[in-house]
Design a protein around this ligand. Structure first.
Ligand code: GLU
Length: 384
């Protein structure tokens, strides 16, 4: 009974693993979870207060499908000041970031179109491209290059069917941050070949070294780029399901058609809270990023003590993507690690063919969990 478009599209590896971990914990198993990319902090208190106030004021109904005007304006100002993207509220659609990616695939890809994307990259890109009946075309990235995509390989992969380049910096799962010259080179390729760019910048605020560069800020790139970001990672707001897409007015209209037929609008009181998140004090956000940096350094140090594992120092996001020295497939390795050591990590192969031989560890969890989990991985690897 299931439609053909779902064939070859498995459930999200990250979400499925997280569901399994929840189930194991309910059974009383002491699992250390490095699975989901989810900050363990509480949402900043001013955001929670703003949400409560809007509930008390009865702000509990539909909003305009594009989002409440003050939030669209706040996102546009933030994009202008932080990302140097020249846009106004008219260029903003408020929507959950993950939904924005899916809607972008459906709104801008025709069957048979090709989308160039880095390999490895986040599990849902390939799925969303396939659900739009388009084709993912992976560009391998290497451990030795810190997983930075090589623009020459993008240029070589272009065919008459190529419609879009999908980028994600800082990257999930590798934590790599694209340098300015790479962003510029890719922009040039997109312009020369009349391609769209879908730029997922959800980890834009979680950068420890270097700077974030939005491709939509490069000259003449705005009209061909959909920039996606949101609140989940930056403000520990994963449960609020709120983000945005920034694009030309014409492209926002196309996305809004889908929004009106799918979710209608985002949760009203969550949108009010989002205004507080973006325009309010940023000290809790900054403290979270400093804490992530400490955890990254700790996790890298502990990981490097493990025989048979190599890891580089990611400049952003909150993932390590270690390489292990064994012929065992990453899916089997992670299953055994979960069953025997009670540590949940995502197999590298879930992120694309170049992810084989790696696994992903989300260190958006407490220091104690990092110490305990890595000590278990150490013992597990000795017995592998
Ligand atoms: N993006 C996060 C992750 O990769 C959250 C789960 C998901 O939506 O995939 O773990």
């Amino acid at each position: 009974m299931v439609a053909k478009r779902l064939s070859g599209v498995p459930a999200s590896g990250t979400v499925a693993l997280s569901n399994l971990v929840s189930h194991m914990k309910l059974q009383g198993i002491d699992v250390v979870s490095f699975s989901m990319g989810e900050p363990d902090f509480v949402t900043p208190h001013n955001v929670i207060e703003a949400c409560k106030e809007s509930l008390d004021a009865g702000f509990t109904h539909y909003t305009p499908s594009l989002g409440i005007p003050e939030l669209r304006k706040a996102v546009a100002s933030k994009a202008f000041s932080d990302n140097k993207i020249h846009c106004t509220a008219k260029n903003v659609l408020i929507t959950p970031s993950k939904h924005a990616i899916y809607m972008s695939a459906v709104a801008f890809l025709d069957p048979g179109d090709e989308v160039i994307l880095p390999d490895p990259s986040w599990v849902s890109y390939e799925a969303d491209i396939k659900l739009a009946r388009a084709k993912p075309k992976y560009i391998p990235t290497k451990f030795d290059d810190n997983f930075i995509i090589n623009p020459d390989l993008i240029a070589e992969a272009i065919t008459p069917k190529t419609k879009m380049i999908l980028l994600n910096s800082p990257s999930n799962p590798t934590g790599s941050v694209m340098p300015c010259e790479t962003v510029r080179a890719i922009a040039q390729i997109a312009k020369e070949n009349n391609l769209m760019v879908l730029s997922d910048e959800i980890y834009e605020s979680i950068i420890y070294e270097g700077k974030h560069h939005s491709i939509a800020a490069v000259h003449d790139m705005f009209d061909r780029t959909i920039t996606i970001s949101g609140l989940s990672k930056t403000y520990a707001m994963t449960g609020w399901r709120l983000g945005w897409a920034i694009a030309s007015e014409a492209n926002i209209k196309a996305l809004d058609i889908l929004q009106t037929h799918t979710i209608s609008c985002c949760t009203s009181f969550a949108q009010k809270a989002a205004v507080a998140a973006i325009t309010g004090p940023q000290d809790e956000r900054d403290a979270m990023v400093s804490e992530f940096k400490k955890r990254r350094d700790l996790a890298v140090d502990l990981m490097r003590e493990i025989k048979g594992i190599e890891v580089n120092v990611p400049k952003g996001a909150f993932y390590l993507f270690p390489k292990y020295n064994s012929k065992v497939k990453s899916e089997i390795l992670c299953t055994k690690m979960l069953e025997e050591a009670h540590v949940a990590a995502t197999p590298g192969s879930a992120f694309g063919p170049s992810g084989e031989g790696f696994f992903r560890v989300s260190y958006a969890t407490g220091e104690e969990q990092i110490r305990e989990g890595l000590s278990r991985i150490k013992k597990f690897m000795l017995n592998l």
